[in-house]
Design a protein around this ligand. Structure first.
Ligand SMILES: Cc1ncc(COP(=O)(O)O)c(C=O)c1O
Length: 430
């Protein structure tokens, strides 16, 4: 156990870090779920981000415009519905390091993944393998398997799993597959362990063997800095209900690299909203793709769904991405410091639980999320004890607690409190 002096020093440090935090005023811009009649400590932004204040008014505005204008709202609403998706490309582009023409807000992550795969998985007799990670999110694997079957191929021969989730092992696997590899699909930040991959290096390796590289950025966007255009990523998909705080079921996003986005001859699943805007209402056959990411749109924008996203993305803009990512890193380092100091074990250990940190310690290989593996099948019990301390994290079978302090609405004092509550009960196994 740490000494009372060590504990007091960390607590004092958290107060000083909060005092110096230029982003602390943003905490007041969110609603906090109540636990035991108090604001909870919400460390669950990796699953569902908090609701920004102002979302209610944004919904109310769309209702008002619908009531006032009916169909005319498509042109006369405060944010005209016919072009509702357009400002989102500009707001999302900095979050993924893209040109606005490479980004579109639409559908949900899995739908966008299917749309991207339809364009970018074009197997030949000799090049047909898709490489993905052992701990991939289930929905991504279902999408891959179903697409392979739709193409009349066998997932057993077309899918290849890389077991170790580190960029070096992935590059090695890519090189080994060589000219059999058609596509790499990986989580930019793995949902389970929180590992942030070297997207640039992996993309380069894929291109080197003549394959394409796509990424699921559900746990990366708004969490870690991304440069998808410069890294020459071919496509990426994401959801916006986690770090982007856009609400349950919020519209996802799609990135298509400029080199592909401009190519209107690329095969795709098409819909009228991806068709030449000037001719959209001619209602004639003969699909002509918009020469940017919007060319993958199927339908008109989900206005109510996107209304919340606008409020949240404007908060990101106001706070500034550099400042947010810098604070995110500082918070992660402080969290690890607290866990290692307060969790240090002693010879005759009295604490009931023990844990290991699954997420890489190196700051370039993680974002805000720390995944803690709880040993001896006692994880669920520890998780419910934390809930009694007003802490909301999230539980992943079979033994992981994910805890995620985010720079927009969490504080250093909360990090200290969470680490203290955990380490009073559990020691860190090295
Ligand atoms: C990594 C990852 N991929 C895919 C999904 C599926 O997202 P959706 O239900 O929006 O399609 C999720 C959802 O949490 C996720 O975390």
């Amino acid at each position: 156990m740490p000494t009372a002096i060590q504990r007091a020093a960390l607590s004092k440090q958290s107060t000083a870090l909060d005092k110096a935090d230029a982003l602390k005023k943003f905490r007041a811009r969110f609603h906090y779920p109540q636990l035991l009649g108090k604001n909870s400590i919400y460390f669950c932004g990796n699953s569902l981000g908090l609701m920004p204040k102002g979302v209610e008014q944004a919904f109310a505005q769309e209702c008002k415009d619908w009531a006032l204008w009916g169909v005319e709202g498509h042109w006369k609403a405060q944010h005209p519905w016919v072009d509702y998706h357009k400002p989102f490309s500009k707001l999302l582009a900095p979050l993924c390091g893209a040109k606005p023409m490479e980004v579109v807000a639409m559908n949900s992550l899995t739908v966008n993944l299917h749309l991207a795969l339809a364009s970018f998985y074009r197997p030949t007799k000799t090049r047909f393998v898709i490489l993905y990670e052992a701990q991939a999110f289930s929905s991504d694997v279902y999408a891959l398997e179903s697409l392979i079957k739709l193409r009349g191929l066998d997932p057993a021969t077309c899918l290849c799993v890389v077991e170790s989730l580190d960029s070096k092992s992935i590059v090695k696997a890519i090189d080994k597959l060589g000219d059999r590899l058609a596509l790499v699909l990986l989580g930019g930040v793995n949902y389970y362990s929180g590992t942030f991959l070297d997207i640039k290096k992996i993309t380069k390796a894929a291109h080197h063997v003549g394959a394409l590289a796509g990424f699921d950025l559900a746990h990366a966007i708004g969490n870690v800095p991304l440069k998808l255009h410069a890294w020459k990523v071919d496509f990426a998909v994401w959801c916006t209900y986690k770090y982007l705080n856009s609400g349950p079921g919020a519209a996802g996003g799609l990135f298509i690299h400029e080199d592909h986005a401009k190519d209107t001859t690329l095969p795709r699943m098409a819909g009228w909203w991806g068709h030449d805007e000037k001719k959209r209402f001619d209602m004639k056959p003969g699909f002509k793709a918009i020469p940017n990411a919007e060319g993958w749109q199927l339908s008109n924008a989900p206005v109510f769904n996107l209304a919340a996203q606008r409020v949240s993305l404007l908060l990101f803009k106001e706070a500034g991405l550099d400042r947010l990512f810098k604070k995110g890193k500082r918070m992660g380092a402080f969290f690890i410091n607290c866990l290692t100091a307060l969790g240090a074990s002693e010879k005759k250990e009295k604490r009931n639980y023990s844990f290991s940190i699954l997420t890489p310690m190196d700051e370039d290989s993680r974002g805000c999320q720390l995944s803690l593996q709880i040993h001896d099948k006692k994880g669920k019990r520890l998780f419910s004890e934390l809930e009694k301390e007003e802490i909301i994290g999230d539980w992943r079978e079979p033994d992981v607690i994910r805890l995620t302090p985010v720079p927009l609405y969490n504080s250093y004092a909360e990090i200290f409190r969470v680490a203290d509550a955990l380490c009073k009960r559990a020691y860190l196994r090295l």
